[in-house]
Design a protein around this ligand. Structure first.
Ligand SMILES: Nc1ncnc2c1ncn2[C@@H]1O[C@H](COP(=O)(O)OP(=O)(O)OP(=O)(O)O)[C@@H](O)[C@H]1O
Length: 686
């Protein structure tokens, strides 16, 4: 990373000789201004934006003015962001406090994009190296319940002993016949525990416990609906007699090579009624642990305290791990097992996502993603994967949510390495408006034999920039006149270099994230359970680059140790504690186990005062473009109009006449808090 002090040599203007440099290099050369000099102390002088969770701390839950200490670089460089298919207050607040201006969803040339729904592939192809997007293409392979199960089942067929961490499942209507045979066989056998013959049925594409029901025979299930039928895990580990599941936050900054991190804290979601395996399965407060369901139970206890992490029916992950420790169990080994589930789940989709990334992402390092892994722990302390959430909820309903998620989000944004780049430069090369067709846009680009391309800017002028790595000219006459973008080997080398460089930066910026892949011996232990992606073997290259060739510290070969590792990590009943693992294996994963101590730590610190809610930012303190403000004004007025219509006698609030009108639109906007009711689904679950 280049320190700002080293950048003084350049005049700051976009001189002719500088136009051809890659965009990220441009940012490295920008002149340090007096203002930025002032904020050196807190911004560590790097040219990636440094996010601070303290920036959103206030004493009275209200931010009247941004703290210049944090917002200066963002304001100075006119950094921008947009929220697509969501309005996540946490992201909005953090961005605002760091001087980012919010733009309307139409803008493509923003520095940072947070989306809660699928982002168009054609727009991903237009990402510039200085932009960041919180999504990889095709990540639905992991986050749609049926696809996730199919991907893991494919790995189970390839590596039968190593991928056994999801309950037996049937995807309907495809597997209806198999499911019928299974239930008939169970009935024919007669004997056995009724609980073990139970299935939980979920719509493939839903969340928040919606549409879940139980089935014990074929006729209980409508065979033509798209459903996922899973074997019910009837012997969960309990917290004071309650069933629970864990929400683990996982960040991926590259799929190929795989680079993944786990946040040190997460959430524990408890069922609000005591668990009794024989109780009726209609009682969802016993068998389901979703917050959205249990909050409707009169017995549900909210954790309103900032000091206690284990109160009521939502705890932190750390609080659960400390509970386990008090019960004489090994929480760090459980976390190693959960990390194994995460790595293998990501490996199961690596090939599919890598192949689309190759064609859809012109630059390395522009995309990252945060996944929410839902884990159920059984009575033997074996973790089972229930589902992986795309855009996992960032809603802060309880003080504990604010605490965990604010820290998580600040660390995630740091991990994303958002380049601090002057707007003057991005405006020259950014795409200002949404083109009707991205390929038409590419057809404006002159083909040159070099790595440079010319991009049209205002007034018929053009500027040269480096051709996005690997992008070949689109040739007419194939597949509707176009062929997909492909990548050449030499371009791939540049791409790899980019990834390697970014991984180094991430190491310094990971905050409370623990990197679980790659790390010492990780490639040696996982190589045998990975699908071959291509001849480039990028996982191996990244691993060798950072750790060099591994040597077994014991007499046994690394291949033998890998077999032992996968057996031990998946058989929690036979290996309940770290000490019960073979000693040779302990030597290999000793550093992983030591690092897992971080998960057990408290997130709350003695004597610290925490805000119970995210601050409300006064309209006067908000940074928004005109079109973005107009959109918010319209939305607030719409909400107010609906509320008025409801208050006035339950009229149908969805009627057209409930749209904003002058009277409602004139109400001071700060008097209306629309954040809760207007949050789209993705931000209101958990
Ligand atoms: N196979 C299973 N065995 C036992 N309990 C299960 C199983 N699958 C799901 N559950 C329970 O049902 C709850 C909901 O399941 P799941 O998380 O898959 O659904 P969802 O509707 O997508 O929920 P969300 O999106 O809120 O995480 C889980 O939190 C868990 O308590």
């Amino acid at each position: 990373m280049v320190k700002l002090e080293e950048k003084k040599t350049d005049g700051g203007k976009l001189g002719n000789d500088r136009k051809n440099r890659p965009v990220e290099q441009e940012s490295n050369r920008s002149t340090p201004s007096k203002d930025i000099e002032q904020s050196k102390k807190i911004f560590r002088l790097f040219d990636y934006v440094q996010f601070h969770v303290d920036s959103i701390k206030t004493e009275n839950n209200e931010v009247l003015q941004r703290n210049k200490k944090y917002s200066l670089p963002g304001e100075k460089f006119k950094m921008t962001f947009k929220l697509s298919k969501c309005d996540i207050k946490l992201v909005r607040t953090l961005m605002n406090c760091h001087g980012f201006t919010q733009c309307s969803t139409k803008r493509l040339d923003v520095n940072f994009i947070w989306t809660a729904g699928p982002y168009k592939l054609q727009h991903m192809r237009m990402l510039k190296p200085w932009q960041r997007l919180n999504q990889f293409p095709r990540s639905l392979e992991l986050t749609r319940k049926d696809k996730m199960c199919d991907n893991i089942a494919r790995m189970q067929r390839m590596f039968p002993k190593n991928y056994n961490f999801i309950p037996e499942f049937y995807v309907l209507p495809r597997d209806a016949e198999k499911f019928r045979l299974c239930t008939e066989e169970m009935q024919a056998n007669g004997s056995g525990d009724a609980q073990d013959k139970l299935f939980i049925v979920k719509p493939c594409n839903s969340s928040r416990g919606q549409g879940i029901f139980f089935a014990s025979q074929y006729s209980d299930v409508p065979p033509d609906s798209p459903l996922l039928v899973s074997r019910y895990l009837s012997h969960p580990y309990l917290i004071d007699g309650h069933k629970f599941d864990l929400r683990i936050y996982v960040a991926v900054t590259s799929f190929y090579p795989l680079v993944t991190y786990v946040f040190y804290d997460g959430l524990t979601r408890l069922a609000s009624a005591k668990y009794d395996p024989s109780s009726s399965h209609r009682d969802e407060f016993v068998h389901l642990t979703n917050y959205s369901i249990n909050k409707n139970n009169k017995q549900f206890i909210r954790n309103e305290s900032m000091a206690t992490e284990d109160l009521g029916h939502k705890w932190t992950l750390g609080a659960f791990l400390r509970y386990m420790e008090r019960e004489g169990k090994d929480p760090k080994l459980l976390m190693l097992r959960i990390e194994d589930v995460i790595i293998k789940s990501l490996l199961s989709v690596q090939g599919k996502i890598a192949s689309i990334c190759r064609t859809a992402l012109p630059y390395p390092g522009t995309n990252f993603e945060l996944f929410g892994f839902d884990i159920l722990v059984d009575q033997n302390l074996k973790p089972w994967l229930l589902e992986v959430n795309l855009s996992s909820s960032m809603a802060c309903d309880a003080p504990l949510d604010s605490l965990v998620k604010s820290q998580l989000m600040a660390d995630l944004l740091n991990l994303a390495c958002i380049p601090l780049i002057d707007r003057k430069i991005t405006e020259k090369i950014g795409v200002q408006t949404l083109p009707a067709n991205v390929e038409d846009n590419f057809s404006d680009i002159e083909r040159t034999p070099e790595r440079e391309i010319e991009i049209p800017v205002d007034d018929g002028q053009t500027i040269k920039i480096n051709r996005p790595i690997g992008v070949r000219r689109i040739v007419k006459g194939k597949r509707n006149g176009k062929i997909p973008i492909r990548i050449s080997d030499s371009a791939l080398e540049l791409k790899i270099e980019g990834v390697m460089r970014k991984v180094k930066f991430e190491k310094e910026r990971k905050g409370n994230f623990i990197r679980i892949f790659p790390r010492p011996y990780s490639f040696d232990l996982y190589e045998k359970v990975m699908e071959g992606i291509d001849k480039h073997a990028l996982d191996e290259r990244l691993f060798l680059e950072e750790f060099g060739e591994s040597k077994s510290p014991v007499e046994e070969s690394l291949e033998d140790l890998a077999i032992k590792y996968h057996h031990a990590i998946l058989h929690a009943d036979q290996f309940p504690t770290f000490d019960s693992l073979p000693s040779s294996l302990r030597k290999i994963i000793d550093s992983w186990y030591a690092e897992a101590a971080h998960y057990v730590e408290r997130i709350t610190k003695e004597g610290e005062i925490y805000a119970a809610k995210l601050p409300i930012i006064r309209a006067t303190a908000r940074l928004r473009t005109r079109s973005c403000s107009d959109w918010y004004d319209l939305r607030r007025a719409t909400i107010l109009a609906k509320k008025n219509a409801k208050d006035a006698g339950g009229q149908d609030a969805n009627k057209e006449n409930s749209l904003p009108h002058a009277a409602t639109a004139n109400v001071p906007l700060d008097k209306i808090d629309s954040s809760a009711s207007a949050q789209p689904a993705a931000d209101s679950k958990i």
